[in-house]
Structures are given as structure tokens and as C-alpha cells.
Ligand binder design. Structure first.
Ligand code: SAM
Length: 304
């Protein structure tokens, strides 16, 4: 039997049967593997790490897109960094946005996703509201003068080309691109395996955003089955509005979703203590000689 073993963590890993081997190559930036698994359908792997499967990608894409956009309520301009498979883009376009800029470093990921996973983007790249930029996310946020209502960082993990998308400097640049009321959302790996990453991401974000809150998405094919995402904005209530506000918004838009609902939005922010970054453990300075960035937003009340 042909198998793919994801070796992200030292003492535990996940294994998929490769029921058909569809594509393998090295792009300018990363190794790509695409195979078919009988349970999850087609699977996209970059640098040995599962990015998405046909069967469960909607959970991740809906949560990373609809949580910030439903919470914002009136986003017109959205910036997506990464996201070359087009799944987040497809979800963002379900909102009445005027313009979406997607900055992907690796154009091969876009072409391969269109070819092997056409239903993930479902024509989103052809939407006239979309501007595609092939380039490094950090370069784009450094150079652009455009302002956005939401920035969504749909990146690979902090290894390889995605590494610089997890720095305090990058988050600060993103903050500077936001219009009043603007929000950021990003993925921060598997909190069970890597709580330190979630803590350092929250701590770094909190240097630029008044409110920072992790939320969870259950994605079976991300190791551990639970992905941590993080939202940042101007207030805790803004990130997790009252259920009536979310329901009114959802009824008005009626987005075709398989996982996201207003109730799921609210519930996703209820974290068990083990996944809640604790003040005492927020000691992840990027430059060892500097004090750890203090993160008052995380200490504030998470109720409401
Ligand atoms: N859902 C996925 C996950 O968390 O496993 C992320 C999927 S999406 C395919 C990630 C994309 O980020 C990749 O296509 C990768 O090429 C892109 N990416 C990585 N580093 C980047 C950078 N510095 N600038 C822009 N895009 C980047």
C-alpha cells in the first residue's frame, strides 16, 4: 500500500493512503505533492505538510474568511496574503466586497489548484473584483499605499516562504494598512502540538492590535484535528459580536456555507484553558535581548 506520512511533529504523525499519485514537483519555492485519498478526496501537500483536502477544506476557508468579515459587517476592501488555492477568496467573494487583492508568492500553487482542485476556488480568480499579485506578502504590505477593511493571512506554517508572515514587524505593517474598524485573521497551526506558536503569534499581534483573540476550527486533516486561528481588531466585542448582530448579517447575505454559522462563530472563541494564551507564558521575544512584548489585549475580559 502506498502511503503519505506527514512528519510535522517528532513523536506523532498522520498517515494517508495514497490511492492515486497525481502530481509531484518542486516549484521555485516548495515541494508539491497532490494525491487521491479514498476518504478525503484529493489532497494538496506543500513541503511535506497537508494544506487542504477536497472533503474538509471548507471548514478552514469559511472560518478564516467569514469570522472577520461577518464581525466587521461592512468590509469593502480585503487583502489576502497567501491562499493560492483560492478557497478563502471564494468565501470572501460571498460578501458584498468591492475589491480583493490576493498576494501569493508561488504562481504554481494557483495553477495547480485550478487544475486539480477546481471546485475549491470555483471560478473566484476570474471575478472582476479580484486583483492577483504574485509576490512576497511582506514586500506587498511594505510597499502598498492601499487601505483595507480586512487582512486575511492564509499562509503556510512558519517554515519556508511563510516564515516572515509570522513576525511582529509584518503584523505591524498589516495594522497600518487597515481602515478604522479593520480586522486581521490568520492561521496559527495546531494548538495541541504547538501552544508556543499560538502564544507568540498572539503576543506579537497584541503589540499592534487592541484586541487579539484566538478561535478554533476543527479540521480533521490538520494534525491534531484542531486548528488555531487568531483575529485581531479594535475591541473584543467587535471580533465576536452579539449573536443577533451575526444572525441579521447572515440572513441578509445568505452565504452558502457548510460549516460557518453565527452560532459556530460565537462558539469558536470559547477556548479550553489549555489553548488560551496565558499571561505568564507570553515570553516569546523575537529578539532575545528585548523584553517580551506585553499583550494587554489578552488579559482583558473575554466575555461578551
Ligand atoms: N490552509 C493552508 C494551511 O494552513 O495549511 C494554507 C493554504 S495556502 C495553499 C498557503 C499559501 O501561502 C501557499 O500557496 C504558499 O505559497 C503561500 N505563501 C507562503 N509564504 C508566502 C509569502 N511569504 N507570501 C505570499 N504567499 C505565501
Amino acid at each position: 500500500m502506498n502511503v503519505f506520512q506527514e512528519k510535522l511533529y517528532e513523536h506523532h504523525s498522520q498517515v494517508f493512503t495514497m490511492d492515486a499519485d497525481l502530481y509531484r514537483a518542486r516549484t521555485k519555492f516548495q515541494d508539491v505533492l497532490i494525491f487521491e485519498n479514498r476518504l478525503f478526496g484529493r489532497v494538496l501537500v506543500l513541503d511535506g505538510v497537508v494544506q487542504l483536502t477536497e472533503r474538509d477544506n471548507h471548514i478552514y476557508h469559511e472560518m478564516i474568511a467569514h469570522v472577520p468579515l461577518m464581525a466587521h459587517g461592512a468590509a469593502k476592501r480585503v487583502l489576502i496574503i497567501g491562499g493560492g488555492d483560492g478557497g478563502t477568496l471564494k468565501e470572501v467573494l460571498k460578501h458584498p466586497v468591492e475589491r480583493v487583492v490576493l498576494v501569493e508568492i508561488d504562481d504554481d500553487v494557483i495553477e495547480l489548484s485550478k487544475r486539480f482542485f477546481p471546485q475549491v476556488s470555483d471560478g473566484a480568480f476570474e471575478d472582476r473584483r479580484v486583483t492577483l499579485v504574485i509576490g512576497h506578502g511582506v514586500e506587498y504590505v511594505t510597499q502598498t499605499e492601499e487601505k483595507f477593511d480586512a487582512v486575511i493571512v492564509d499562509s503556510t506554517d512558519p517554515i519556508g516562504p511563510g516564515e516572515q508572515l509570522f513576525t511582529k514587524a509584518f503584523y505591524e505593517l498589516c495594522r497600518n494598512l487597515l481602515r478604522p474598524g479593520g480586522m486581521i485573521a490568520l492561521q496559527s497551526g495546531a494548538p495541541f502540538y504547538n501552544p508556543e506558536q499560538l502564544e507568540s503569534v498572539c503576543s506579537r499581534l497584541a503589540c499592534s492590535f487592541d484586541a487579539v483573540r484566538p478561535f478554533l476550527a476543527p479540521v480533521p486533516t490538520y494534525a491534531g484535528g484542531m486548528l488555531a486561528l487568531v483575529a485581531g481588531g479594535e475591541g473584543h466585542k467587535a471580533l465576536r459580536p452579539p449573536i443577533e448582530t451575526l444572525r441579521a448579517q447572515f440572513d441578509r447575505l445568505r452565504p452558502n456555507t457548510g460549516y460557518y454559522t453565527p452560532e459556530v462563530h460565537r462558539a469558536a472563541f470559547t477556548l479550553v484553558p489549555a489553548f488560551t494564551p496565558a499571561p505568564t507564558r507570553l515570553a516569546q521575544p523575537e529578539v532575545p535581548s528585548q523584553p517580551a512584548p506585553v499583550c494587554p489585549a489578552l488579559y482583558a475580559s473575554h466575555h461578551g
